[in-house]
Structures are given as C-alpha cells and as structure tokens.
Design a protein. Structure first.
Length: 216
C-alpha cells in the first residue's frame, strides 16, 4: 500500500511514468522465467526418478514444490516489475532534487548551468568490477527567458582531474528556465527515465569541463 501511495505521489509531483517500459518488464520476466524453468525441470526430473520408489512425501512432495514455484513466480514478478522500479524512482528523484538545488545556487549570470549529480556503477562489490562502466548523470538548466537549442561538449575528469572522456551532447531543445538531463549518443531513451544516464566512463567521474553552443 505504501509503495502504491509513493508511486502515485512521484507520478503526480515529478511526472514520472507509473510503470517501467514494456521492454524492461519483458527482460525481467524472461530472467525470472528462465530461473523458475530450471527449478521446474529439476522438480520434474526428480519426480520421474522417484515415481516407482516408495519415497515419503516429507522427503519429496511435487505438489508442494509446484506451489513453491508459483509463489516464487509471484514474488519475482512483484520484485522486478514493481518494487525495484520504485527504488530506482526514488534514486532518480534524489538526483533531480540535487540538480535543482545545484543549478538554483549557481551564478545567475550564466546562460546555462551544468550539474553532475551522479557517477556510479551497478557493481555491488569491489571485486570483479574491473570492466564495470560508470554511469554519469549530468543536468543542464537554461537560465534564459526563452527556449534554446543547446549542444554541449563535455570533458569528463577523474578525482585527479585526468581526462576520462570527451563527448558531445545531442542538440537539445531546452525551455525557458527548464532543467533537463544531458543526453548523448550513449543515452538509451528507450529505457525508463529513471534508468537513463548521460554517458559512461571507465572510472568514476568527479569533475568536468564544458563548452556549449546555443542556437535559436
């Protein structure tokens, strides 16, 4: 119930879609189906192997296992399609609020303001993460009183201010005093908004330099 109320609030306050994209849901359902399918095949194999043997149901009860598989299917469905996206939405809103605060406190004389709000990987541990890419989220705000076409060249830097990457944004239509996430060729706009990022780097991004061009 709390997650429903939270989703309604996020959807109405931040204009966030209520559900993730159908493609993302399908991917998670396939992952869950493969996992449960393996368990189901093992259950069928064990059941056939013990069919002609006098084995106590306390040791192996196929009906109980099928019910367990059904319960796991419901649990994984809610986890992947409902609860995980809700957590990702909260992370997205925190990043958005950070970008809003950063751009509001910036120098008001600037035509546009950029803010790096996130640079993180999906790796849960420090082991076996050598090939893991960092997802960087940068926001741009148009401080002018009319919409503008903006393109930005970003030079990403690590904690020692060594260059990680130089990348151009797409040409973005940014409304008057509007805040948008910077989009590049690496941004997957087919994914849910809370899963999108500006671009990737091999290491964590701490600083950046930028140049921008403004059109009509």
């Amino acid at each position: 119930m709390l997650s429903i109320i939270g989703n309604v609030y996020l959807s109405s306050t931040y204009t966030i879609p209520f559900l993730q994209t159908s493609m993302e849901s399908m991917i998670w359902l396939i992952v869950a189906a493969v996992f449960l399918g393996i368990i189901a095949l093992i259950n069928v194999f064990v059941t056939l192997s013990l069919r002609n043997k006098n084995v106590s149901k306390q040791f192996h009860n196929p009906r109980v296992i099928w019910k367990l598989i059904g319960g796991m299917a419901l649990f994984l469905g809610f986890l992947f399609i409902w609860f995980m996206p809700f957590g990702q939405k909260l992370s997205y809103v925190m990043a958005l609020e950070q970008a809003m605060n950063a751009t509001e406190n910036a120098n008001g004389s600037e035509e546009i303001t950029l803010s790096l709000v996130k640079s993180e990987s999906n790796c849960l541990t420090k082991r076996n993460c050598s090939n893991e890419q960092f997802h960087n989220v940068i926001y741009v705000k148009n401080n002018m009183d009319e919409p503008k076409e903006i393109q930005i060249k970003i030079r990403a830097l690590d904690k020692d201010q060594q260059e990680l990457k130089v990348i151009d944004s797409k040409i973005m239509e940014v409304g008057a005093n509007e805040l948008q996430m910077v989009k590049t060729e690496e941004t997957n706009q087919q994914s849910s908004i809370w899963n999108q990022y500006s671009f990737q780097t091999d290491d964590r991004m701490y600083y950046f330099q930028h140049h921008f061009a403004i059109g009509k």
